[in-house]
Design a protein around this ligand. Structure first.
Ligand SMILES: [Zn+2]
Length: 212
């Protein structure tokens, strides 16, 4: 699986990194492209990635808990900030793929790294999430979890490639929960629910290779 396709807008060649890829960002022309396993289709413009110093780069490789990984996507989120009354609180998530082509998400949570497994769906009853508040306890997939944060976020832009996910600018509701040492995140919009499980990565369980 290493298919290459041209951007339909500017003809830049993109190598599709994983059979789960759904969105490709072409930052030669700043267009969002949808991958349908035959070609790339233009899905309209996306904002350029801000010119910041980020923790990881696309293409960077490393090792988490003994598993080789490569960074293939970088999602730039803005959360709704109650004080500002707008989507202004920035955070980053990196899409990574391991040797066996399974994928994960690395979240930089104020310097701490959390590794989330590839997103899944609910298989059991979805609790009523609309009235949920911080400090509540929820039953998720048979586990009782503690609600730590409730909010709204949106993907402002991304670089590289993403598996199926909400499109940029879609407002996502989220609830972050914990159960023992694990994090459970729920994101939803309309009737689309995404569930993901995370674990904190200690500094000595993680290294990146130098040079990209
Ligand atoms: Zn392009």
């Amino acid at each position: 699986m290493n298919q290459s396709h041209n951007c339909p807008v500017c003809h830049t060649l993109h190598h599709i990194e994983n059979s789960s890829i759904y969105w490709v960002a072409c930052h030669s022309c700043n267009h969002l492209l949808q991958y349908n396993h035959r070609n790339l289709q233009d899905a309209g413009p996306i904002p350029p990635m801000p010119d910041n110093q980020f923790r990881f780069k696309i293409g960077q490789t490393g090792n988490i808990r003994g598993r080789w990984f490569q960074v293939i996507g970088h999602i730039y989120y803005l959360d709704y900030d109650k004080d500002d009354g707008d989507f202004t609180h920035h955070w980053d998530e990196w899409v990574i793929q391991f040797n066996d082509k399974s994928m994960g998400y690395l979240v930089d949570e104020r310097g701490e790294l959390i590794l989330f497994a590839q997103r899944g769906n609910f298989t059991r009853e979805i609790p009523d999430l609309t009235a949920t508040q911080e400090g509540d306890s929820l039953h998720i997939e048979g586990y009782q979890v503690l609600v730590e944060e409730v909010g709204q976020t949106t993907i402002t832009t991304f670089a590289g490639q993403l598996p199926h996910h909400s499109r940029p600018s879609q407002i996502l509701n989220f609830i972050d929960c914990s159960v023992r040492n694990y994090m459970v995140g729920i994101e939803w919009y309309d009737n689309q629910y995404m569930l993901h499980y995370g674990i904190e990565i200690d500094r000595n369980e993680f290294m990146v290779d130098s040079g990209v």
